[in-house]
Design a protein around this ligand. Structure first.
Ligand SMILES: [Zn+2]
Length: 350
């Protein structure tokens, strides 16, 4: 069937090339946005006058498209049924397509007639898929599938591509798009929720796709959180251990209730960190001491930065809040008193 319809399509291509199309493919490639460009694109299109024994006229808005009954029937079972039915369309030479847009029908006919030579962009796929679905045109769907598979996917377009790959019945049921859908969902997993929901096509996603996107994102975060939580707690415990070590400067003092009073394991807590900071103010104080010890004291900053009092009060809502904190350690990220609240909060999610 594909080969059969290929012949008239080739003839069309030749005719198309001879006609002075107003830079048809170039304009299409540029993704025409404004009406002026749209008019230029439609004006002088290859279907604007009788050609190659065309025997049917489609009227769309104010435009007419000269086409071939046989080609439409070959490509579309819907047109075939319409043109061979008992209805008036069977003998009519002019068939109006109310509700359709000129530029969209033009793209559809170009895709139908020109096949691989028609330029398909993501923007065109949106209406081409709808028309392919409505007229059951496998050839147009094939071009859209190719475009969706080939187009590079990134954060800006991935929600739109997922929408297009799941919107129409034909696209949704096409297993060739399974990989596209998986690729999109995997990309979306790493996007922030605000970036996902902020995309205009997010609200257009069908219920299943939307649910899939949100669930996968949630699972991704949950998995990550479950990995981070024990690592974070372990690091804090180790920091406390190091600060309590006999060689440490004594900036952190041991909670007598939650650390052994003597013996070899004197610096090992007897209860988990979050339990300690939830119930014990002395253990919360240990975290505050740890935070204080990680910041250079403003007034007595020295080359080493060490040697200030056990529990510095300078980090509270004191008078020296204007000066930026100077940390003893490098990197862009730092911990502070929020660690206590955060640990308790993550523990609820964990
Ligand atoms: Zn304690």
């Amino acid at each position: 069937m594909e080969e059969t319809v290929g012949q008239p399509a080739d003839a069309v291509i030749a005719a198309d090339q001879e006609r002075p199309i107003q830079s048809g493919s170039d304009a299409a490639a540029a993704g025409t946005e404004c009406d002026k460009q749209l008019e230029e694109q439609i004006e002088g299109h290859p279907f604007c006058e009788p050609w190659e024994d065309s025997d049917l006229v489609l009227t769309v808005e104010d435009d007419t498209f000269y086409v071939h009954r046989q080609i439409l029937s070959l490509h579309s079972p819907v047109f075939k049924a319409m043109l061979n039915s008992q209805f008036k369309e069977a003998t009519a030479t002019v068939i109006p397509l109310p509700g359709k847009k000129e530029n969209e029908v033009l793209d559809f006919l170009k895709a139908l007639y020109l096949k691989g030579t028609a330029e398909i962009t993501l923007k065109k796929v949106r209406h081409l898929l709808k028309l392919a679905d409505e007229y059951q045109t496998q050839g147009v769907l094939d071009l859209c599938v190719k475009c969706l598979r080939d187009v590079p996917k990134y954060e800006d377009n991935v929600v739109t591509i997922l929408f297009l790959a799941t919107d129409t019945v034909m696209a949704r049921n096409d297993c060739r798009l399974d990989g596209v859908r998986r690729e999109c969902e995997t990309l979306v997993e790493d996007m922030e929720l605000a970036d996902i929901t902020g995309k205009s096509d997010f609200k257009n996603l069908n219920r299943d796709s939307m649910e899939s996107v949100l669930v996968r994102r949630s699972k991704r975060l949950e998995t990550c959180l479950k990995g981070v939580y024990p690592q974070l707690v372990g690091l804090v415990e180790y920091c406390l251990f190091m600060k309590l070590d006999r060689y440490a400067s004594g900036e952190v003092s041991r909670c007598p209730q939650h650390f052994p009073r003597g013996g070899r394991n004197v610096n090992k807590a007897n209860r988990d960190l979050v339990q300690r900071i939830r119930k014990c103010s002395v253990c919360r104080g240990m975290i505050q001491q740890l935070v204080s010890s990680s910041v250079k004291k403003q007034s007595t900053a020295t080359a080493s930065g060490y040697g200030f009092p056990v529990l510095s009060q300078s980090l509270g809502a004191g008078s020296r809040v204007t000066a930026p904190k100077e940390y003893l350690y490098g990197g862009s990220y730092h911990f502070d008193e929020e660690l206590i609240t955060l640990l308790k909060d993550i523990d609820k999610l964990y």
